[in-house]
Ligand binder design. Structure first.
Ligand code: GLC
Length: 653
């Protein structure tokens, strides 16, 4: 709705800043005027009754303006190019890698030297794991930030980051970094001031003199790291107060019921936008609003904050896409794309954590039924939004999909999860996997899973046992897992090291700042001699790197892989197979994956059931052409094999 008063405010801001109405500024002005009433409506829902609400809203309008004014011309130009493309991030030409700069190549400046390696693989989007200042020893891999604007000296400087971003623009590469919205390190200036007794900053956090409110919260709040950091509050000696610490005890939760926190963090978001971030990964958004009597996750206000951030970004720095790192239950994840009037107007991207976990589920059981049971929810993703698809990342694998999905597939949910945990932690006879349980909670029996892609797929064990056949089987599993995540829709995000099959590493146990967190077993320190074995024919590194490179190349050349909500599942008539088809104009592809350790049969009818009648199809993976057989004949797929087939000839029905 148009709001005259707000329009006048914008005109006043423009005149105060003496803004001349160039074409460029007119675009900004239009975006501002057309979004400001929605921004205010959300802001009022959150802070309408807050004594400082009005003043903070004026501050927010100024923050938007100064973000736009300080945006470098080159980034404004890039904004335009992206806006012209519309939903630039749906493209099948994007493929990312997530990496710790120090563990990958030492420091930010060295990244440039690694571009040829990454580009050879097919990577054009880099997710740099947190690089802003974070205290050594209590850093949570950089997710405990003590200065949101200072690059940690371990990685380099802000100038280095600006330099590398410029190099990335020159190379047509995209940059993704995190904003850790939910908490700061206890060494952050705000936390230090709060410790020193500054009321203004104590109000930035959830701080209490006694246990009354903390105890009320604890009644319904789950524990995130029950082993390493039990409970949700920590006693702070310096100021005699309890502070909310949902994650580790050194990560203090920001209090978003205070509008000053939101405005300060919005300013930080714009700071990152103006560095040239293409995708902003919003860390742990599910947690940003707390309410006694709830789990303090996925609350409506958390969504309102994200919607508000999206609108503000849309006005000032519209080229930056937002990725919500919501690793929650399947339907709860979907809500981060926005609901109701805000459908497709919240996060542009979310991690497809459901699909990721379900691929691991199917790999262990050889049965795709649970995966298929979840798809009716995943397919509800709004047009114009997309997934980050992945098999592994720096975090653990949670089995957070719903019990009913497991039950629908005919299993007992409790026993099924027990089996998966045993299977991947190596406690099941016959398993090839080598992983470990992460954050086991003795009170609930819950646990997640740590381990690298290669170790969980059996490569570590196979190498140790010098078993060539098992090595080949594990490489097939690795490639099938990756292939599915590359073709199911969304931006594939590889985790560094997985492209050459790094196995688990246990040296973190000797480091006091890491030993309490076994996620470090799958965060390797890169040994470039190993990575360069990618060029030595027949090595495991060569087989895995070569396979992934080929997959990404196929992906880039197949327009139906762009995420235009164009996926239809095929009824496989075989529990071991997951298959889907995707269409773009006249191009149709069929992707078929066999999760069994035995050859699986797929009736050719499966290719005809979606209103098409292909007669010839070409598998891009094996580079083989097939004539589509009759309904009683079968396509046979190798153990852990897959096909990426394109229709090359068809007949009318
Ligand atoms: C996110 C990160 C995880 C971190 C947590 C707390 O989930 O991915 O690594 O521990 O947030 O910041």
């Amino acid at each position: 709705m148009y709001n005259h008063k707000l329009h006048s405010k914008i005109l006043k801001i423009f005149s105060d800043h003496q803004l001349k109405r160039t074409t460029e500024i007119n675009f900004f002005y239009t975006r501002f005027v057309s979004n400001i009433s929605a921004i205010q409506a959300l802001f009022n829902e959150l802070y309408g009754n807050h004594p400082k609400g009005k003043a903070q809203f004026d501050g927010l309008m100024e923050t938007i303006t100064s973000a736009y004014l300080s945006r470098p011309a080159a980034l404004k130009q890039k904004d335009h190019e992206k806006l012209e493309k519309e939903n630039w991030f749906l493209s099948n030409e994007l493929a990312g890698m997530s990496l710790y700069v120090d563990r990958f190549c030492g420091n930010i400046l060295n990244l440039e030297k690694k571009f040829p390696y990454l580009q050879e693989l097919g990577i054009n989007l880099l997710h740099l794991m947190p690089i802003f200042e974070s205290p050594e020893g209590e850093s949570d891999g950089g997710y405990a930030v003590s200065d949101f604007r200072k690059v940690d000296k371990r990685f380099g400087t802000l100038e280095d980051l600006n330099h590398i971003q410029q190099c990335m623009i020159d190379e047509d590469m995209y940059l993704m970094i995190d904003i850790v919205l939910n908490h700061t390190s206890q060494k952050h200036e705000w936390a230090m001031q709060a410790k020193a007794g500054e009321k203004k900053y104590q109000e930035f956090f959830y701080m209490y003199e006694d246990r009354y409110i903390p105890d009320e919260f604890e009644k319904s709040m789950p524990e995130i790291f029950p082993q390493g950091a039990p409970g949700n509050f920590t006693w702070v000696e310096d100021c005699d107060r309890w502070v909310m610490t949902v994650f580790h005890n050194y990560q203090w939760d920001l209090n978003y019921t205070n509008p000053a926190v939101l405005v300060a963090m919005l300013d930080t978001i714009f700071f990152y936008a103006n560095i040239g971030v293409d995708i902003l990964r919003i860390d742990a958004p599910a947690f940003i609003w707390k309410q006694i009597g709830t789990k303090c996750q996925n609350l409506p206000e958390a969504h309102k904050i994200l919607q508000l951030i999206k609108l503000c970004v849309q006005v000032a720095t519209p080229g930056m896409a937002l990725l919500g790192e919501a690793i929650v239950a399947p339907q709860a994840i979907m809500d981060y794309f926005g609901t109701g009037a805000f459908r497709a107007k919240e996060c542009d991207l979310a991690y497809n954590a459901t699909q990721m976990a379900l691929q691991w589920d199917a790999l262990a059981t050889g049965d795709t039924k649970v995966m298929l049971a979840a798809q009716s929810i995943l397919l509800r993703k709004p047009y114009g939004t997309s997934w980050i698809t992945y098999t592994r990342c720096h975090d653990d694998i949670g089995l957070g999909y719903d019990d009913y999905m497991i039950e629908q597939a005919g299993y007992n949910a409790y026993e099924h999860r027990q089996f998966l945990k045993n299977y991947y932690s190596g406690n099941y006879s016959g398993t090839q996997a080598r992983g470990a349980l992460f954050s086991y909670n003795p009170k609930t029996g819950d646990a997640r899973i740590s381990g690298t892609l290669a170790s969980l797929c059996g490569l570590e064990k196979a190498i140790e046992e010098n078993d060539e056949e098992a090595i080949t089987a594990s490489i097939n599993k690795i490639l099938m897992m990756q292939a599915m995540s590359f073709f199911i829709g969304g931006i594939p995000m590889l985790f560094y090291g997985d492209e050459v099959g790094y196995t688990n590493e246990h040296s973190y146990l000797e480091d006091e700042g890491k030993s309490y967190d076994n996620r470090w077993m799958h965060r390797p320190e890169i040994n470039w001699d190993k990575n360069l074995l990618k060029d030595k024919k027949g090595t495991n590194e060569n087989r895995i790197f070569g396979g992934i490179k080929k997959l990404l190349k196929i992906r880039k050349n197949l327009p139906p892989v762009a995420d235009k909500s164009n996926l239809t599942w095929i009824t496989p008539h075989n529990i071991h197979i997951a298959a889907f088809t995707r269409k773009d104009n006249d191009l149709q592809i069929f992707c078929v994956f066999n999760f069994s350790d035995k050859p699986s049969f797929l009736t050719w009818y499966a290719f005809r059931e979606n209103g098409v009648n292909p007669t010839k199809i070409f598998d891009h993976w094996t580079e083989k052409e097939y004539s589509v057989g009759r309904d009683h004949e079968f396509l046979i797929i190798k153990p852990y094999g897959f096909l990426l087939m394109e229709e090359i000839d068809s007949e009318a029905y």
